[in-house]
Design a binder for this molecule. Structure first.
Ligand code: AMP
Ligand code: ZN
Length: 492
């Protein structure tokens, strides 16, 4: 087996992946090798995910598929951020969920439920394998409080008028993930003014719900303006900071020393830096061994696609409404290495649409009867593994797919091999080639025509060919026998 190399943001190097092996056993359905704990920062559910967010989830899905392909049993945990993520990343501004609730005239809970469902639908459409565990921040408040208490006992926290803060000056190596000098990190943090913080990089572990400043507020208005999501805590009524949820939930479900933690590159300097500081301060142990980050999806001109810009595209409006198969986006994402910026434009999507359509047609043309007969080519599988195990080099893996399809291997072996690769690509290639269960009528017609050909009854054979073709299939006769496959479709 080829070794798996992954780029670790912590060391800024491609490293051979070695699991800790102490992660709890995941469900036995995935592979038989060592267990791997994978934690991916999930969506903040105050709006639809945009296709930039979805690029990150596609990268994480590829990572998970590559781990499974390498035989690992992956226990994948994804959180749902349904409280505590403020409009300013540095603990200032409004809670995004509460803001979403006001925007839509619904409760924050309704907003969370609606956009969580929308997100789950998106990832199904993209053929992303569901995490083993979804966890909501609001279902794990007591775990977050426990962790803050631990930090408090160890002297890492202090109180201000608006919450309990983590003192980053007390944590050695606070900049080990970002590798920015502390002054640069502090400069970044000063963007949001908070005079009471001891250091600009300090962050909230718990925020207090403020009493409403207007004592004469009518009951009706108070209902609208008061925070909806709040809990009792040892420090007063309030809500957890955004960073503490990922530390508390990853440790709850995966143990306190973990394998791989992922997110987009915007998480490096603040969210993940703070997760490391508070987790390692609490446990005294290294938190995650591997940190992996996906580059952005940008819109024309190199601008990051962002929810706050309100110019973002969803899977629904950029693909589904236009009648484009959402897997076209998955295919487009495979064409750019996850650590390189990807650009969105209609031309790029059109090219990806043509590319995927071409691939589907190539697979259909391999013929449907050959499906179970083939063997996976060791040579091409090795080349494929070499590409995917080189820090998920998917553009290279797609090149191997094309080399395979153009090779002189038999159709059966090509099909068996490419369908094996689809365990990683996730492009539903089995359905593209309609290599699954054939329509029972077609099966009967194929059988009848094989019989007619064997009996040299060419009149009957021609009649049956016409009948099969009328049902939307292509019939090809060659020295190896008859090949039948669905006629290429134009619109995918
Ligand atoms: P959020 O829902 O804002 O918490 O973000 C969910 C995930 O999407 C995080 O891992 C972010 O780092 C990632 N993300 C945000 N914007 C982009 C973008 N333009 N391209 C790729 N990933 C992004
Ligand atoms: Zn997170």
């Amino acid at each position: 087996m080829r070794k798996l190399y992954l780029y670790n943001t912590l060391t800024r190097k491609k490293e051979e992946f070695k699991p800790i092996k102490t992660s709890p056993q995941p469900s036995p359905s995935q592979g038989e090798g060592d267990a791997v704990g994978l934690y991916t920062c999930g969506p903040t559910v105050y709006d639809y995910a945009h296709i930039g967010n979805l690029r990150t989830y596609i990268f994480e899905d590829i990572l998970k598929r590559v781990l499974i392909y390498n035989g690992y049993q992956v226990k994948h945990v994804m959180n749902i951020t349904d409280v505590g993520h403020l409009t300013g990343d540095r603990d200032m501004g409004e809670d995004k969920l509460e803001k979403g609730a006001k925007r839509e005239g619904k409760t924050a809970w309704e907003i969370a439920e609606f956009y969580t469902e929308a997100f789950e639908k998106d990832i199904k459409l993209l053929n992303i394998i569901e995490p083993n565990i979804w966890c909501k921040a609001t279902d794990n408040i007591s775990e977050q409080i426990d962790l803050i208490e631990k930090l408090e006992k160890k002297g890492y926290t202090y109180k201000t008028s608006d919450g309990i803060y983590f003192n980053t000056a007390k944590f050695k190596d606070y900049n080990k993930l970002s590798r920015l000098d502390l002054e640069t990190l502090r400069e970044g943090a000063r963007v949001e003014k908070n005079e009471e913080k001891k250091n600009p990089t300090d962050f909230a572990l718990w925020k207090f719900s403020k009493p409403h400043p207007d004592p004469l507020l009518s009951k009706e208005r108070e209902k609208i303006e008061k925070r909806q999501m709040e809990w009792e805590s040892p420090w007063g009524v309030g809500f957890p900071g955004w960073h503490i949820e990922c530390s508390a939930m990853s440790m709850k479900y995966l143990g306190d020393q973990l394998d791989i933690h992922c997110g987009g590159i915007d998480h490096i300097n603040v969210h993940h830096t703070n997760e490391i500081a508070q987790s390692e301060a609490a446990t005294g142990k290294k938190f995650f061994n591997y940190w992996m980050h996906g580059a952005f999806l940008n819109i024309a001109g190199g601008k990051k696609m962002a929810k706050s810009d309100e110019n973002f595209l969803t899977l629904e409006n950029a693909f589904i409404k236009k009648g484009i198969n959402p897997l076209v986006y998955g295919f487009a994402a495979l064409q750019t290495h996850y650590r390189k910026p990807m650009e969105y434009s209609e031309v790029i999507i059109k090219n990806a649409q043509n590319g995927l359509e071409h691939l589907y047609n190539q697979i259909r043309e391999l013929g449907i009867r050959n499906y179970e007969l083939g063997e996976v080519s060791e040579e091409y599988k090795n080349n494929f593994l070499y590409a995917i195990n080189d820090d998920l080099n998917m553009p290279q893996a797609l090149a191997v797919v094309q080399e395979l399809l153009k090779s002189d291997l038999s159709s059966e072996n090509k099909l068996a091999t490419v369908l094996n690769f689809d365990k990683v690509l996730g492009l539903n290639l089995d359905k593209a080639g309609d290599t699954g269960e054939l329509d029972i009528d077609i099966k009967k017609l194929i059988k009848g025509r094989e019989k007619a050909r064997a009996e040299k009854n060419y009149q009957e054979s021609d009649r049956l060919r016409e009948e099969i073709e009328k049902k939307g299939y292509v019939v090809e006769d060659s020295k190896d026998g008859m090949r039948v496959y669905p006629a290429p479709k134009r619109n995918i």
